[in-house]
Design a protein around this ligand. Structure first.
Ligand SMILES: *Cc1c(COP(=O)(O)O)cnc(C)c1O
Length: 467
Protein backbone atom coordinates (compact mmCIF):
# COMPACT_ATOMS: atom_id res chain seq x y z
CA UNK A 1 0.00 0.00 0.00
CA UNK A 2 1.26 3.46 -0.86
CA UNK A 3 2.12 5.94 1.88
CA UNK A 4 -0.70 8.25 0.93
CA UNK A 5 -3.40 5.65 1.15
CA UNK A 6 -2.03 4.44 4.48
CA UNK A 7 -2.16 7.98 5.79
CA UNK A 8 -5.69 8.39 4.46
CA UNK A 9 -6.76 5.26 6.29
CA UNK A 10 -5.65 6.46 9.73
CA UNK A 11 -8.79 7.09 11.75
CA UNK A 12 -9.62 10.72 12.53
CA UNK A 13 -9.43 12.18 16.05
CA UNK A 14 -13.23 12.58 16.10
CA UNK A 15 -13.78 9.00 15.10
CA UNK A 16 -11.36 7.75 17.77
CA UNK A 17 -13.11 9.82 20.41
CA UNK A 18 -16.38 8.07 19.55
CA UNK A 19 -14.80 4.62 19.57
CA UNK A 20 -16.20 2.45 22.41
CA UNK A 21 -12.59 1.76 23.44
CA UNK A 22 -12.14 5.44 24.19
CA UNK A 23 -14.94 5.66 26.79
CA UNK A 24 -12.74 4.61 29.70
CA UNK A 25 -10.03 7.10 28.71
CA UNK A 26 -12.59 9.90 28.55
CA UNK A 27 -13.94 9.09 31.96
CA UNK A 28 -10.49 8.70 33.55
CA UNK A 29 -8.64 11.62 31.97
CA UNK A 30 -11.31 13.97 30.55
CA UNK A 31 -11.97 15.10 26.99
CA UNK A 32 -9.17 17.65 26.65
CA UNK A 33 -6.27 15.48 27.82
CA UNK A 34 -7.59 12.44 25.87
CA UNK A 35 -7.94 14.47 22.67
CA UNK A 36 -4.41 15.84 23.05
CA UNK A 37 -2.96 12.38 23.66
CA UNK A 38 -4.75 10.92 20.60
CA UNK A 39 -3.43 13.81 18.49
CA UNK A 40 0.13 13.21 19.68
CA UNK A 41 -0.06 9.46 19.02
CA UNK A 42 -1.61 9.99 15.55
CA UNK A 43 1.12 12.48 14.68
CA UNK A 44 3.78 9.96 15.67
CA UNK A 45 2.23 7.24 13.51
CA UNK A 46 1.94 9.70 10.61
CA UNK A 47 5.63 10.58 10.91
CA UNK A 48 6.63 6.93 10.94
CA UNK A 49 4.52 6.18 7.84
CA UNK A 50 6.00 9.24 6.14
CA UNK A 51 9.45 7.92 6.98
CA UNK A 52 8.60 4.75 5.07
CA UNK A 53 7.72 2.32 7.87
CA UNK A 54 5.29 -0.35 6.83
CA UNK A 55 2.51 -0.05 9.37
CA UNK A 56 -1.18 0.67 9.60
CA UNK A 57 -2.27 0.99 13.24
CA UNK A 58 -5.81 0.05 14.24
CA UNK A 59 -8.04 2.23 16.44
CA UNK A 60 -7.13 -0.12 19.28
CA UNK A 61 -3.38 0.39 18.70
CA UNK A 62 -3.77 4.15 18.73
CA UNK A 63 -5.97 4.21 21.83
CA UNK A 64 -3.61 1.79 23.57
CA UNK A 65 -0.66 4.11 22.98
CA UNK A 66 -2.74 7.09 24.06
CA UNK A 67 -3.65 5.34 27.30
CA UNK A 68 -0.01 4.58 28.03
CA UNK A 69 0.91 8.20 27.46
CA UNK A 70 -1.94 9.44 29.65
CA UNK A 71 -1.02 7.00 32.42
CA UNK A 72 2.60 8.09 32.41
CA UNK A 73 1.87 11.80 32.40
CA UNK A 74 -0.79 11.59 35.10
CA UNK A 75 1.58 9.71 37.39
CA UNK A 76 3.95 12.68 37.37
CA UNK A 77 7.67 12.42 37.75
CA UNK A 78 7.95 12.96 41.51
CA UNK A 79 7.41 9.51 42.99
CA UNK A 80 8.18 7.53 46.09
CA UNK A 81 11.43 5.55 45.86
CA UNK A 82 13.19 3.07 48.14
CA UNK A 83 16.49 4.60 49.19
CA UNK A 84 18.88 1.67 49.64
CA UNK A 85 21.96 3.69 48.72
CA UNK A 86 23.37 3.47 52.24
CA UNK A 87 23.25 7.25 52.58
CA UNK A 88 20.58 7.86 55.20
CA UNK A 89 20.12 11.59 54.52
CA UNK A 90 20.47 11.59 50.73
CA UNK A 91 20.07 15.13 49.39
CA UNK A 92 19.10 13.97 45.88
CA UNK A 93 16.56 11.59 47.37
CA UNK A 94 14.89 14.27 49.48
CA UNK A 95 16.82 13.87 52.79
CA UNK A 96 14.84 13.11 55.95
CA UNK A 97 11.68 10.99 55.98
CA UNK A 98 9.14 12.44 58.36
CA UNK A 99 7.54 10.78 61.38
CA UNK A 100 3.85 9.89 61.20
CA UNK A 101 2.87 12.63 63.67
CA UNK A 102 4.39 15.23 61.34
CA UNK A 103 2.61 13.82 58.31
CA UNK A 104 -0.73 13.93 60.14
CA UNK A 105 -0.07 17.52 61.18
CA UNK A 106 0.76 18.50 57.59
CA UNK A 107 -2.45 16.95 56.30
CA UNK A 108 -4.56 18.78 58.90
CA UNK A 109 -3.27 22.22 57.99
CA UNK A 110 -3.13 21.48 54.27
CA UNK A 111 -6.83 20.65 54.24
CA UNK A 112 -7.97 23.63 56.26
CA UNK A 113 -7.52 27.30 57.02
CA UNK A 114 -5.10 27.80 59.92
CA UNK A 115 -4.04 30.58 62.26
CA UNK A 116 -0.65 30.74 60.51
CA UNK A 117 -0.36 34.50 61.02
CA UNK A 118 -3.38 35.12 63.18
CA UNK A 119 -3.34 35.58 66.93
CA UNK A 120 -6.35 33.71 68.28
CA UNK A 121 -6.20 35.52 71.65
CA UNK A 122 -6.34 39.07 70.30
CA UNK A 123 -7.94 38.45 66.93
CA UNK A 124 -5.15 40.49 65.38
CA UNK A 125 -2.41 39.65 62.94
CA UNK A 126 0.01 37.11 64.43
CA UNK A 127 3.60 36.09 63.91
CA UNK A 128 4.33 33.08 61.69
CA UNK A 129 7.41 32.11 63.69
CA UNK A 130 5.46 32.07 66.96
CA UNK A 131 4.32 28.49 66.28
CA UNK A 132 7.83 27.08 66.68
CA UNK A 133 9.77 29.81 68.45
CA UNK A 134 9.12 28.67 72.01
CA UNK A 135 10.05 25.09 71.22
CA UNK A 136 13.21 26.20 69.43
CA UNK A 137 14.16 28.35 72.43
CA UNK A 138 13.53 25.42 74.74
CA UNK A 139 15.61 22.89 72.80
CA UNK A 140 18.51 25.24 71.94
CA UNK A 141 18.69 27.59 74.90
CA UNK A 142 18.57 30.57 72.52
CA UNK A 143 16.69 33.82 73.22
CA UNK A 144 14.81 33.92 69.94
CA UNK A 145 14.30 32.02 66.68
CA UNK A 146 13.03 32.37 63.14
CA UNK A 147 12.63 29.92 60.26
CA UNK A 148 13.22 30.19 56.51
CA UNK A 149 13.21 27.94 53.45
CA UNK A 150 16.51 26.12 54.07
CA UNK A 151 19.88 26.67 55.67
CA UNK A 152 21.27 28.32 52.54
CA UNK A 153 18.48 30.88 52.90
CA UNK A 154 19.25 31.20 56.61
CA UNK A 155 22.90 32.07 55.88
CA UNK A 156 21.92 34.42 53.05
CA UNK A 157 19.37 36.27 55.15
CA UNK A 158 21.60 36.50 58.22
CA UNK A 159 24.50 37.97 56.24
CA UNK A 160 22.31 40.27 54.20
CA UNK A 161 20.80 41.61 57.42
CA UNK A 162 23.90 41.94 59.58
CA UNK A 163 26.69 42.43 57.05
CA UNK A 164 25.38 44.22 53.95
CA UNK A 165 28.28 46.04 52.26
CA UNK A 166 30.48 45.18 55.19
CA UNK A 167 33.35 42.80 55.80
CA UNK A 168 33.19 39.30 57.27
CA UNK A 169 36.43 37.42 57.94
CA UNK A 170 36.16 33.64 57.38
CA UNK A 171 38.90 31.02 57.72
CA UNK A 172 40.13 29.60 54.38
CA UNK A 173 39.61 26.15 55.89
CA UNK A 174 35.89 26.85 56.14
CA UNK A 175 35.15 28.17 52.64
CA UNK A 176 33.31 25.00 51.73
CA UNK A 177 31.06 23.91 48.91
CA UNK A 178 27.98 21.95 49.89
CA UNK A 179 26.18 19.83 47.33
CA UNK A 180 27.50 21.47 44.19
CA UNK A 181 25.55 24.70 44.19
CA UNK A 182 26.01 26.10 47.68
CA UNK A 183 29.41 27.67 48.16
CA UNK A 184 30.09 29.88 51.12
CA UNK A 185 31.99 32.55 49.09
CA UNK A 186 29.20 32.70 46.47
CA UNK A 187 26.40 32.98 49.01
CA UNK A 188 28.34 35.70 50.85
CA UNK A 189 28.73 37.66 47.65
CA UNK A 190 25.01 37.35 46.84
CA UNK A 191 24.21 38.45 50.38
CA UNK A 192 26.15 41.66 49.68
CA UNK A 193 28.89 40.75 52.14
CA UNK A 194 32.58 41.36 51.57
CA UNK A 195 34.44 38.14 52.33
CA UNK A 196 37.84 38.57 53.97
CA UNK A 197 39.72 35.29 53.68
CA UNK A 198 41.92 34.61 56.67
CA UNK A 199 44.40 31.92 57.71
CA UNK A 200 45.28 29.00 55.46
CA UNK A 201 43.44 25.88 54.37
CA UNK A 202 44.81 23.77 57.20
CA UNK A 203 45.60 26.30 59.92
CA UNK A 204 43.86 29.40 61.16
CA UNK A 205 44.80 31.13 64.40
CA UNK A 206 43.05 33.59 66.68
CA UNK A 207 45.55 36.27 65.60
CA UNK A 208 44.29 35.83 62.00
CA UNK A 209 40.82 36.89 63.16
CA UNK A 210 42.31 39.70 65.27
CA UNK A 211 44.27 41.15 62.37
CA UNK A 212 41.27 41.03 60.05
CA UNK A 213 39.03 43.13 62.29
CA UNK A 214 38.71 46.63 60.84
CA UNK A 215 36.32 49.57 60.92
CA UNK A 216 34.06 47.98 58.32
CA UNK A 217 33.91 44.52 59.92
CA UNK A 218 30.30 43.47 60.46
CA UNK A 219 30.68 40.22 62.37
CA UNK A 220 32.85 37.15 62.85
CA UNK A 221 31.68 33.93 61.30
CA UNK A 222 32.48 30.24 61.52
CA UNK A 223 31.22 27.60 59.12
CA UNK A 224 30.96 24.00 60.25
CA UNK A 225 32.95 22.06 57.65
CA UNK A 226 30.32 19.39 57.53
CA UNK A 227 31.29 17.44 54.47
CA UNK A 228 35.03 17.19 54.76
CA UNK A 229 37.70 17.01 57.42
CA UNK A 230 41.20 18.34 57.42
CA UNK A 231 43.62 15.99 59.11
CA UNK A 232 47.25 16.23 60.05
CA UNK A 233 48.91 19.57 60.79
CA UNK A 234 45.78 21.54 61.53
CA UNK A 235 44.66 24.38 63.72
CA UNK A 236 41.31 26.04 64.04
CA UNK A 237 40.04 28.44 66.64
CA UNK A 238 37.35 27.34 69.09
CA UNK A 239 33.89 28.89 69.14
CA UNK A 240 34.58 30.27 72.62
CA UNK A 241 37.71 32.10 71.48
CA UNK A 242 36.12 33.60 68.37
CA UNK A 243 33.06 34.59 70.41
CA UNK A 244 35.19 36.33 73.05
CA UNK A 245 37.15 38.16 70.37
CA UNK A 246 34.00 39.24 68.55
CA UNK A 247 32.39 40.46 71.75
CA UNK A 248 35.47 42.41 72.80
CA UNK A 249 35.02 44.38 69.57
CA UNK A 250 31.25 44.58 70.03
CA UNK A 251 30.69 42.41 66.98
CA UNK A 252 28.21 39.55 66.71
CA UNK A 253 29.52 36.00 66.26
CA UNK A 254 27.61 33.92 63.70
CA UNK A 255 27.94 30.16 63.18
CA UNK A 256 26.65 28.21 60.20
CA UNK A 257 26.35 24.82 61.83
CA UNK A 258 25.13 23.06 58.66
CA UNK A 259 23.47 19.93 59.93
CA UNK A 260 23.39 20.78 63.55
CA UNK A 261 21.73 18.48 65.99
CA UNK A 262 19.54 19.17 68.97
CA UNK A 263 20.68 16.22 71.08
CA UNK A 264 24.02 14.72 71.98
CA UNK A 265 24.24 11.85 69.48
CA UNK A 266 26.77 9.93 71.57
CA UNK A 267 23.81 9.08 73.82
CA UNK A 268 22.54 6.95 70.92
CA UNK A 269 25.91 5.35 70.20
CA UNK A 270 26.60 7.75 67.32
CA UNK A 271 29.67 9.90 66.78
CA UNK A 272 29.81 13.31 68.36
CA UNK A 273 28.48 16.31 66.45
CA UNK A 274 28.23 19.77 68.03
CA UNK A 275 24.70 20.51 69.20
CA UNK A 276 22.99 23.82 68.61
CA UNK A 277 22.72 24.30 72.38
CA UNK A 278 26.51 23.77 72.78
CA UNK A 279 27.17 26.35 70.10
CA UNK A 280 24.86 28.88 71.72
CA UNK A 281 26.47 28.15 75.09
CA UNK A 282 29.90 28.76 73.51
CA UNK A 283 28.86 32.33 72.84
CA UNK A 284 27.43 32.29 69.32
CA UNK A 285 24.98 35.16 68.83
CA UNK A 286 23.39 33.55 65.78
CA UNK A 287 23.38 29.87 64.76
CA UNK A 288 21.90 28.61 61.50
CA UNK A 289 21.14 24.96 60.67
CA UNK A 290 19.02 22.74 58.41
CA UNK A 291 15.64 21.25 59.27
CA UNK A 292 16.05 18.16 57.12
CA UNK A 293 19.54 16.96 58.00
CA UNK A 294 20.27 15.35 61.38
CA UNK A 295 17.23 17.09 62.86
CA UNK A 296 15.11 14.71 60.78
CA UNK A 297 12.41 17.22 59.87
CA UNK A 298 11.10 19.02 56.79
CA UNK A 299 13.27 21.21 54.56
CA UNK A 300 13.81 24.41 56.52
CA UNK A 301 16.55 26.75 57.65
CA UNK A 302 16.48 27.54 61.34
CA UNK A 303 18.04 30.68 62.77
CA UNK A 304 18.38 30.96 66.54
CA UNK A 305 20.20 33.42 68.76
CA UNK A 306 20.04 36.82 70.41
CA UNK A 307 16.68 38.58 70.31
CA UNK A 308 17.98 41.86 68.83
CA UNK A 309 19.65 40.12 65.87
CA UNK A 310 16.69 37.80 65.26
CA UNK A 311 14.41 40.87 65.28
CA UNK A 312 16.62 42.55 62.70
CA UNK A 313 16.64 39.40 60.54
CA UNK A 314 12.85 39.14 60.74
CA UNK A 315 12.37 42.71 59.60
CA UNK A 316 14.60 42.29 56.53
CA UNK A 317 12.23 42.49 53.51
CA UNK A 318 13.98 39.42 52.10
CA UNK A 319 12.49 37.34 54.95
CA UNK A 320 9.19 37.48 53.08
CA UNK A 321 10.81 35.87 50.04
CA UNK A 322 12.38 33.10 52.10
CA UNK A 323 9.70 32.23 54.65
CA UNK A 324 8.16 28.78 55.06
CA UNK A 325 4.54 27.79 54.44
CA UNK A 326 1.93 26.40 56.82
CA UNK A 327 2.62 22.78 55.82
CA UNK A 328 6.33 22.96 56.62
CA UNK A 329 5.51 24.83 59.82
CA UNK A 330 3.16 22.07 60.97
CA UNK A 331 5.75 19.37 60.25
CA UNK A 332 8.54 21.32 61.93
CA UNK A 333 6.53 21.87 65.11
CA UNK A 334 5.66 18.21 65.25
CA UNK A 335 9.27 17.04 64.77
CA UNK A 336 10.61 19.56 67.28
CA UNK A 337 8.12 18.37 69.90
CA UNK A 338 9.59 14.88 69.68
CA UNK A 339 12.85 16.33 71.02
CA UNK A 340 11.15 17.09 74.32
CA UNK A 341 11.38 13.40 75.09
CA UNK A 342 14.84 12.18 74.02
CA UNK A 343 14.06 8.72 75.45
CA UNK A 344 11.46 7.95 72.77
CA UNK A 345 13.11 9.94 69.98
CA UNK A 346 14.90 6.89 68.60
CA UNK A 347 11.65 5.00 68.01
CA UNK A 348 9.67 7.95 66.69
CA UNK A 349 12.07 9.81 64.41
CA UNK A 350 12.85 7.80 61.23
CA UNK A 351 16.26 9.45 60.71
CA UNK A 352 17.43 8.50 64.17
CA UNK A 353 15.81 5.07 63.96
CA UNK A 354 17.80 4.34 60.78
CA UNK A 355 21.03 5.78 62.12
CA UNK A 356 20.81 3.64 65.25
CA UNK A 357 19.77 0.34 63.66
CA UNK A 358 21.96 -2.46 64.94
CA UNK A 359 23.92 -4.81 62.75
CA UNK A 360 21.78 -7.70 63.98
CA UNK A 361 18.56 -5.97 62.95
CA UNK A 362 19.98 -5.23 59.52
CA UNK A 363 21.31 -8.78 59.13
CA UNK A 364 17.81 -10.10 59.93
CA UNK A 365 16.33 -8.01 57.13
CA UNK A 366 19.08 -9.19 54.78
CA UNK A 367 18.29 -12.83 55.54
CA UNK A 368 14.60 -12.17 54.86
CA UNK A 369 15.04 -10.61 51.42
CA UNK A 370 18.09 -12.54 50.19
CA UNK A 371 16.28 -15.63 48.77
CA UNK A 372 13.95 -13.46 46.66
CA UNK A 373 16.92 -11.56 45.20
CA UNK A 374 18.63 -14.84 44.35
CA UNK A 375 15.47 -16.17 42.71
CA UNK A 376 14.91 -12.98 40.70
CA UNK A 377 18.49 -12.74 39.42
CA UNK A 378 19.60 -16.36 39.39
CA UNK A 379 20.40 -16.57 35.66
CA UNK A 380 22.40 -13.40 35.36
CA UNK A 381 24.06 -12.54 38.63
CA UNK A 382 25.45 -13.92 41.84
CA UNK A 383 23.78 -12.51 44.89
CA UNK A 384 25.19 -12.34 48.39
CA UNK A 385 24.94 -10.49 51.66
CA UNK A 386 27.94 -8.26 52.25
CA UNK A 387 29.24 -6.24 55.15
CA UNK A 388 29.29 -2.59 54.22
CA UNK A 389 29.14 0.88 55.74
CA UNK A 390 26.28 3.34 55.59
CA UNK A 391 26.80 7.07 55.70
CA UNK A 392 24.80 9.70 57.49
CA UNK A 393 24.87 11.93 54.44
CA UNK A 394 24.06 15.59 53.84
CA UNK A 395 27.51 16.50 54.98
CA UNK A 396 27.15 15.34 58.55
CA UNK A 397 30.05 13.44 60.09
CA UNK A 398 31.73 12.56 56.80
CA UNK A 399 34.38 10.33 58.30
CA UNK A 400 32.19 8.25 60.50
CA UNK A 401 30.66 5.30 58.78
CA UNK A 402 28.04 3.04 60.25
CA UNK A 403 28.58 -0.73 59.89
CA UNK A 404 25.74 -2.22 57.86
CA UNK A 405 24.70 -5.07 55.54
CA UNK A 406 23.90 -4.93 51.84
CA UNK A 407 22.59 -7.27 49.19
CA UNK A 408 25.44 -7.39 46.66
CA UNK A 409 24.71 -8.23 43.03
CA UNK A 410 27.53 -9.17 40.66
CA UNK A 411 26.82 -10.07 37.02
CA UNK A 412 27.86 -13.63 36.09
CA UNK A 413 29.16 -12.58 32.70
CA UNK A 414 32.75 -11.42 32.63
CA UNK A 415 32.62 -9.73 29.24
CA UNK A 416 30.51 -6.61 29.39
CA UNK A 417 29.97 -6.94 33.14
CA UNK A 418 29.81 -3.17 33.56
CA UNK A 419 27.04 -2.69 31.06
CA UNK A 420 25.16 -5.66 32.56
CA UNK A 421 25.48 -4.08 35.98
CA UNK A 422 24.15 -0.78 34.63
CA UNK A 423 21.27 -2.67 33.05
CA UNK A 424 20.40 -4.38 36.34
CA UNK A 425 20.57 -1.07 38.24
CA UNK A 426 18.30 0.52 35.60
CA UNK A 427 15.79 -2.33 35.95
CA UNK A 428 15.59 -1.69 39.71
CA UNK A 429 15.12 2.03 39.03
CA UNK A 430 12.34 1.15 36.58
CA UNK A 431 10.23 -0.74 39.15
CA UNK A 432 6.77 0.63 40.09
CA UNK A 433 8.43 1.85 43.30
CA UNK A 434 11.97 2.56 42.04
CA UNK A 435 14.65 0.87 44.15
CA UNK A 436 17.89 2.89 44.30
CA UNK A 437 21.18 1.26 45.26
CA UNK A 438 24.80 2.16 44.67
CA UNK A 439 27.43 0.68 42.40
CA UNK A 440 30.70 -0.12 44.11
CA UNK A 441 33.64 -2.08 42.79
CA UNK A 442 31.74 -4.02 40.11
CA UNK A 443 28.78 -4.79 42.35
CA UNK A 444 25.36 -3.28 42.80
CA UNK A 445 24.75 -2.82 46.53
CA UNK A 446 21.41 -2.41 48.29
CA UNK A 447 22.12 -1.27 51.86
CA UNK A 448 19.29 -2.49 54.07
CA UNK A 449 19.70 -0.02 56.95
CA UNK A 450 16.92 2.21 55.64
CA UNK A 451 14.49 -0.57 54.70
CA UNK A 452 11.62 -0.54 57.20
CA UNK A 453 9.32 -2.98 55.48
CA UNK A 454 10.95 -6.02 53.80
CA UNK A 455 7.55 -6.98 52.32
CA UNK A 456 7.56 -3.82 50.24
CA UNK A 457 10.91 -4.69 48.66
CA UNK A 458 9.84 -8.31 48.11
CA UNK A 459 6.73 -7.08 46.33
CA UNK A 460 8.83 -4.89 44.02
CA UNK A 461 11.09 -7.84 43.19
CA UNK A 462 8.11 -9.69 41.70
CA UNK A 463 7.96 -6.96 39.01
CA UNK A 464 11.66 -7.12 38.13
CA UNK A 465 12.38 -7.79 34.45
CA UNK A 466 15.88 -8.10 33.07
CA UNK A 467 16.58 -9.57 29.62
C1 LIG B 1 24.01 21.67 54.33
C2 LIG B 1 24.70 22.93 54.66
C3 LIG B 1 24.22 24.15 54.19
C4 LIG B 1 23.02 24.23 53.29
O1 LIG B 1 21.88 23.81 53.97
P1 LIG B 1 20.53 23.52 53.14
O2 LIG B 1 19.53 23.24 54.20
O3 LIG B 1 20.82 22.37 52.25
O4 LIG B 1 20.23 24.76 52.37
C5 LIG B 1 24.90 25.29 54.54
N1 LIG B 1 25.99 25.26 55.31
C6 LIG B 1 26.49 24.09 55.79
C7 LIG B 1 27.72 24.12 56.63
C8 LIG B 1 25.86 22.88 55.48
O5 LIG B 1 26.34 21.73 55.94
Amino acid sequence: MAKDSKLARLPSVDKLLLDPGCASLLSRFGRQATTNAIRTVLAKFRDRIQAGEDLLPSAMDILGDAEEQLDTSSRGSLVKVLNLTGTVLHTNLGRAALPEEAIDAMIRVARNATNLEFDLASGERGDRDSHVENLLKEVTGAEAATVVNNNAAAVLLTLNTLALNREVPVSRGELVEIGGSFRIPDIMQRAGTILIEIGTTNRTHLRDYERAIAANTALLMKVHTSNYAIQGFTQSVSDEEVAALAHSHELPFVTDLGSGTLVDLTGYGLPREPTVADTIASGADIVTFSGDKLLGGPQAGIIVGRRKFIDAIKSNPMKRALRIDKITMAALFSVLSLYRDPDTLKERLPTLRWLTKTNTEIADVAAKVMPAFTAALDDIATVGVEETHSQIGSGALPLDLLPSRAIAIKPKTTSGADSKLRQIAAAFRGLPVPVIGRVHDGRLLFDLRTLDDPAELLDQLTHLQIE
